[in-house]
Design a protein around this ligand. Structure first.
Ligand SMILES: NC(=O)c1ccc[n+]([C@@H]2O[C@H](COP(=O)([O-])OP(=O)(O)OC[C@H]3O[C@@H](n4cnc5c(N)ncnc54)[C@H](O)[C@@H]3O)[C@@H](O)[C@H]2O)c1
Length: 400
């Protein structure tokens, strides 16, 4: 592709906002966001005006059929990702899809009142595996590029960690990572039928994705072949159901979780015998905690995406900072805090979009690709199965 890459963003909520803000920080690529597609007109109009998007389209079919659009950037809820991705591929569009690739939201026709309590995790895993295969087929048949929106792959601290592991020729023996905060505020996140799972699917996909990417990269450096995940063992729980917490007021931690977990921890084993210990919870006070450590044979590196100490601030009264954003999910601005100087950049969004645009233009796979998206989905739902059965789950490619 020689000319400008023309993008149509689908959705006008939180993710659409940070994508549009981050496109502005992408350098060295010729592209234009030509349309914004949303069923929420006022929200779309405000966003289009803020980011100079020339056209708002109400109908997704019209956007997909538009020959003036090369790429669709999918920023809508998880349950729409798979079908939108497949339809976009069928229309010959390249795809940028926010995490996760898909998920299980209940049996066909179950509706939003369906509960995941007691529902077979094996059936969920089988369903997401089938979704992955359908996406893989559609993308391969159309010959389009699929870009998986795992920003941790591009977060500068993770990039540096990867470079230091490469420079030291380290064997990464153990990875430890976490994404946690004090609880999503969104109503959809409290039900499996609308979220596809709990903290494991919403939050842990990030450290899982970054851990897999680091092992893929190590394998490519050493033998040209990515080191792949083999098995998962996991525990999931609702920590906010602890009786003493239920009785305590006031609460500073999210509550109201229905059939979803607010804590999960898993160990992924790789084909070289190394391990990744990954955790997510909606019960952690103190602002968002996004970190990943790699324990290598010649170096140990910790990537503190959030919080990090690039900026440290103190105020005796949080009200003094009312007009200024500090950092995601902090409960208070009072006392010492760690304001993110440029949260989009440290989180990796501009670099992610820059790689995606380059990949689409050059016809190569992005660093965060479909294999990563599929492996993450399988690991998440294999972890749910492991948590249900209390046993280790072998991943499909290795189950023989
Ligand atoms: N990479 C990250 O760090 C990150 C952070 C937040 C969200 N996300 C992902 O972004 C996606 C969107 O999340 P969000 O936080 O922006 O949600 P949101 O609720 O803020 O926005 C969702 C948008 O989708 C639109 N929408 C909802 N249902 C629709 C439908 N049936 N048809 C068409 N449009 C529909 C809504 O009008 C809204 O514009 C999710 O998949 C989420 O996992 C990623």
């Amino acid at each position: 592709m020689d000319e400008k890459v023309r993008i149509g963003v689908i959705g006008s909520g939180f993710a659409a906002h940070f994508h549009l803000a981050s496109y502005r920080k992408v350098y060295g690529e010729a592209f234009e966001v030509v349309a914004l597609c949303s069923r929420n007109r006022p929200q779309a109009a405000a966003l289009a005006q803020a980011f100079d998007v020339p056209r708002i389209v109400d109908d997704i079919d019209a956007l997909l059929a538009d020959p003036m659009i090369d790429v669709v950037d999918i920023c809508v809820p998880n349950h729409l990702h798979i079908e939108l991705t497949i339809r976009a591929a069928q229309h010959g569009k390249h795809i940028i899809c926010e995490k996760p690739l898909g998920g299980f939201f209940g049996p066909v026709g179950a509706g939003e009142t369906w509960s995941a309590d007691g529902f077979s995790r094996r059936a969920m895993l089988d369903s997401v595996m089938e979704q992955s295969v359908r996406v893989q087929d559609a993308v391969a048949r159309a010959g389009v590029t699929f870009c998986y929106g795992e920003n941790w792959v591009y977060a500068p601290p993770i990039t540096k960690l990867n470079r230091l592991m490469a420079a030291s020729a380290s064997v990464i023996m153990r990875i430890e990572g976490e994404e946690s905060h004090s609880g999503s505020h969104a109503a959809y996140a409290r039900h499996w039928s609308t979220a596809g799972g709990g903290s494991l699917l919403r939050l842990c996909v990030h450290p899982i994705g970054a851990a897999l990417f680091l092992k893929y990269e190590e394998g490519r450096r050493r033998g040209g072949v990515p080191i792949r995940p083999v098995s998962v063992i996991a525990h999931a729980a609702q920590l906010s159901a602890i009786a003493a917490f239920q009785q305590q007021e006031p609460k500073h931690i999210g509550t109201g979780w229905q059939d979803v977990e607010d804590f999960a921890s898993l160990i992924v084993t790789f084909d070289d015998g190394s391990v990744a210990q990954l955790t997510s919870t909606d019960t952690r006070l103190g602002g968002i905690r996004n970190f990943l450590s790699a324990y290598g044979s010649r170096a140990v590196v910790t990537a503190n995406i959030n919080p990090n100490t690039a900026c440290q601030a103190y105020t005796p009264d949080g009200a003094y900072f009312d007009s200024e954003y500090l950092v995601e999910k902090t409960e208070t601005k009072e006392g010492w805090s760690f304001p993110a100087p440029d949260e989009d950049a440290v989180t990796g969004y501009p670099e992610e979009l820059r790689d995606f645009l380059g990949a689409i233009r050059e016809g190569r796979a992005p660093k965060s690709d479909l294999m990563l998206a599929m492996d993450v989905m399988e690991i998440v739902y294999a972890a749910y199965l492991s948590a249900e059965s209390g046993t280790r789950v072998t991943l499909a490619s290795f189950s023989g």
